[in-house]
Write a protein that binds this ligand. Structure first.
Ligand code: T46
Length: 153
């Protein structure tokens, strides 16, 4: 059993209904299995280059849930203090990827399909693509929280 130690993340286990040799079904519902309302679905596939490293960014407001629905890949999570690598290789086990988490996706099997459920439409301004900028951003948010603000200014 994987244990998530970084902030703003947790494992999501979807129900799995098995129909024997006729296959299996897993379903995800807003605010039940997924802790937000899904506004966008996208998937990453055609991972011919197994050395590909994707992600390398954090989001300011976007929440996501990642499921490797075919094959396998490794997700790196970094909250600015703790770092961990998680292998996703089970279609009904995913990761909740909350705000302010630097993440990478790598070690893709060539049949990997990574399904992502997102809390908002694509917004370029929500990305932090520089690691030093990410560290400064989360330090500032932390200082604001300590001073008693909600960190949203
Ligand atoms: C994330 C990880 C898990 C769009 O036009 N619309 C979209 O909805 C998405 C997701 C991407 N794009 C465009 C933006 C770029 O020109 O697709 C291109 C590749 O996007 P990016 O380099 O951000 O891809 P990844 O795999 O590094 O990151 C993606 C998501 O963008 C990101 O939000 O958290 O998957």
């Amino acid at each position: 059993m994987i244990e998530i130690i970084v902030k703003n993340s947790k494992l999501i286990t979807l129900p799995r209904i098995d129909d024997g040799i006729d296959g299996s079904i897993s379903a995800a519902e807003n605010f039940n299995h997924i802790p937000f309302a899904v506004k966008r679905v996208y998937y990453i596939y055609n991972l011919i280059n197994q050395k590909a490293i994707r992600g390398k960014h954090a989001h300011k407001k976007l929440e996501q849930a990642l499921f490797c629905i075919n094959g396998a890949c490794e997700i790196g999570l970094d909250d600015g203090t703790l770092h961990q690598e998680i292998t996703l290789d089970t279609p009904n086990t995913g990761i909740y990827l909350g705000v302010e988490l630097w993440h990478t996706m790598k070690n893709f099997s060539n049949n990997c399909i990574l399904l992502v459920l997102a809390s908002d439409v694509y917004k370029k301004d929500d990305y932090i693509r520089d690691y030093d900028e990410f560290k400064k951003y989360i330090d500032l948010r932390r200082r604001r929280r300590v001073r008693g603000g909600n960190g949203n200014q």
